[in-house]
Design a protein around this ligand. Structure first.
Ligand SMILES: [Fe+2]
Length: 339
């Protein structure tokens, strides 16, 4: 029988399951395929459809900027950045933000940005985006304004006089993006008022916090890991919508995390070595590796086998939050000593 759209839908869940089962979920930092683009002289996709991952539209890249070099200047959809190594500064929406290893930046949609390494060694930064999802939606709009290359003397002189962007700037708009849905669904609201509110929400989104420096992170105990610090989060003043480096978990030596089940997330190992059990399979990892918790119901737990702490960063793709019925979150156990 000829295939039709309804047959496709009836088999879609099984097809997605098969795609997930065949996909890569563990990226090894040692095995990345580095390349050059107009934006980054050296860059590798860590996770994303192009390297065999079956994501919900997200991807993660790692970029390297040589000492004395800059990236290209471009704009596109929302992007979360974590500086893994080195020191430098970024121009984001015309403002300057100095950074060093451990700092996080949020670049809101369509805000032009460019990164500069004025430190003595190569800088590495991790980037999470929703480019595959936005491409599918037909809203991915990459604008390349300038290409990667050495920092010129002129730029050096000009940028040294720029004032530092406000590190404490918070999500200050009167209307929060979460309210936009309610605004646009309201049947009684004046349509002109409604449009105004949507524009206000857009401005509030762009007024969100841009940088969180490592020195300003706050560690708190958590039952899932040991210690945790929030990164790009609403509680820390960021107005992210789609993607964020949300937190770092620290697992003490010879401890395991809680075992739990939830929808899509990724973890990037910053420090240490260990293994994870994901849907019954074991994956041995080390710093620089990434693991994909594919969802919609992925059972997983992480183990620190060494005498030093493990630190891993959680990467959130909030498209999953639009489908709460698929995220049947379940906490099976809490963290503890490997016994
Ligand atoms: Fe970018």
């Amino acid at each position: 029988m000829e295939n039709n759209f309804y047959d496709d839908w009836l088999s879609a869940a099984r097809k997605a399951d098969a795609e997930r089962a065949a996909a890569t979920i563990h990226a090894r930092g040692r095995e990345l395929r580095w390349m050059s683009t107009p934006q980054d002289a050296r860059v590798a996709m860590v996770a994303g459809p192009q390297v065999g991952f079956r994501t919900m539209g997200g991807c993660v890249l790692i970029g390297e900027i040589a000492s004395g070099w800059k990236t290209g200047r471009h704009s596109h959809g929302e992007e979360s950045i974590c500086i893994l190594d080195g020191e430098g500064y970024s121009l984001i929406g015309g403002k300057k933000y100095s950074w060093q290893s451990g700092d996080c930046l949020q670049v809101y949609s369509e805000v032009p940005h460019q990164h500069f390494n004025n430190g003595p060694k190569p800088a590495r930064y991790l980037q999470a985006m929703l480019a595959p999802l936005e491409a599918f939606m037909g809203i991915l709009n990459y604008v390349q304004e300038a290409e990667a290359g050495p920092i010129s003397d002129e730029e050096r002189a000009q940028h040294s006089t720029l004032a530092e962007g406000d590190a404490g700037a918070v999500y200050s708009g009167e209307v929060h993006m979460e309210e936009v849905g309610a605004v646009s669904r309201s049947p009684v609201e004046d349509p002109y008022e409604r449009t105004k509110k949507i524009h206000e929400a857009g401005r509030a989104y762009l007024a969100g916090r841009v940088i969180l420096r490592k020195q300003d992170t706050q560690w708190k105990p958590t039952r899932q890991a040991g210690m945790r610090c929030a990164l790009i989060s609403h509680e820390r003043g960021f107005s992210y919508r789609g993607v964020n480096f949300s937190l770092i978990n620290e697992v003490p030596p010879h401890w395991h995390t809680g075992r739990h089940i939830h929808a899509e997330a990724m973890i990037y190992v910053l420090e240490g070595k260990g293994y994870s059990i994901i849907d019954g399979k074991r994956y041995d990892w080390e710093a620089g590796d990434l693991l994909h918790v594919q969802g919609p119901h992925t059972d997983h737990q992480h183990f620190n086998t060494e005498a030093v702490p493990v630190r891993y960063m959680r990467i959130g793709f909030t498209i999953r939050d639009l489908y709460p019925n698929y995220d049947k979150k379940e906490q099976v156990s809490t963290s503890g000593k490997i016994g």
